[in-house]
Design a protein around this ligand. Sequence first.
Ligand code: SF4
Length: 331
Amino acid sequence: MDPFALLRADNAAQAIAVHAADSQLAFVAGGTDLIGLLKDRAASPERLLDINGLPNMAMIEAPPEGGLRIGALARMSDVAADVQVRRQFPVVAEALLFSASGQLRNMASIGGNIMQRTRCAYFRDETAGRCNKRSPSSGCAALHGLNRNHAIFGWSESCVATNPSDLAVAFAAMDAIVIVEGQTGERRIPLADFHRLPGSAPERDNVIDRGDLIKAVEVPANPEARASHYLKVRDRASYEFALVSAAAAVAMDGGRIRSARIAMGGVAHKPWRLAAAESRLRGISLDDTEGLRSAIAASFVDARPLAHNAFKVELAQRVAVRALQTAGARI
Ligand code: SF4
C-alpha cells in the first residue's frame, strides 16, 4: 500500500468541491473495498477524504409517497436489520445479509457497496499482467485465461468482469434511484443506468464523475416488493462473492403471476435485468416449473459464455426459477 494523507469533511458542498478539484483524492466511508484496492495497488490516491461526518446521510426514511430513502452512509448491517426494509423489501435485507461478513457489514456503507469494483483475480493482483480495468490498453488476461467467475452477458473483448455487489442486484430489481450531488446540483440516476457495460472503457465501472457524491438511494414502492427474495449461489456458503445470484419479486392474480421482477448478479459487468422473461412470466402458475423455466429462457438466448463458465447459463436459469418460486411462497 502506498502512503496517503487522510482528510475529513464536515459538509457536502465542501466535500464535492474538494473532490472535484483534486484528481488524486478519493472519498472514503466504510473503506471495506477501498482499503483492499489500496493494498492491491488497484487504486493509489494520494489523499482520502473521510466523509463519515457529513450530516443527514445515514438515515433510513419512509417518505409519505411510499418506498424508502436510504442514506449513502447507512451501514449495511443497520439497513439489513431495519424493520421497514425487512417488511417492505425483503429482497434488499436478504441481499445485504448474504454479503460479506458481519464485521464487514458493520463497517460498509450503502454508497460504497454499489461502488465496489470487480473481484476479477487479474484486476486484484498487481503481478498478474494484462488488465484493461487496472491499466487501460494493456489487454484482458481473463478473456482467454481463467474465466470461470466471469460474465456471460454484455462483455466486450476489453473486459469480461462481473460486478460483485449483491445489493445492487436487489436495487436493480426494485428500480431503485441513486441520488447523486455534483457541482451542477442533484441528479437522480436509475440503478439500471448507474453501472456501465465495459465496452472499450472498462476502467469506468459506473457513470459517477469527479466531484460527484452519492447522497442516498431511493427504493420506490411497488406491488411485487413484499413477495421478494434474494438467492445467491457461491462456492463457499460462509463468505464468498456470487457465482450467480437472483433478486426476484412477484405479484399474483388468482394463482397466476400478474407481474414479476428478476435481476441477476454474477453474470455481467452490471446487474442484469431479465426483461424478456418478466413479460413472458405473466399468467404462469408458480407451480409450473417448466413454464417458468421456458419463460426465463427467453432472457438467455443472447448469453455468451466464455471457455470456463458455460455452466452459468444453466445455473442462472435454475437460480431464477427457484428465487421466483421462493418469493411467490411469501404471498
Ligand atoms: Fe481486467 Fe476486466 Fe480482463 Fe479482469 S476481465 S483482467 S478486470 S480487463
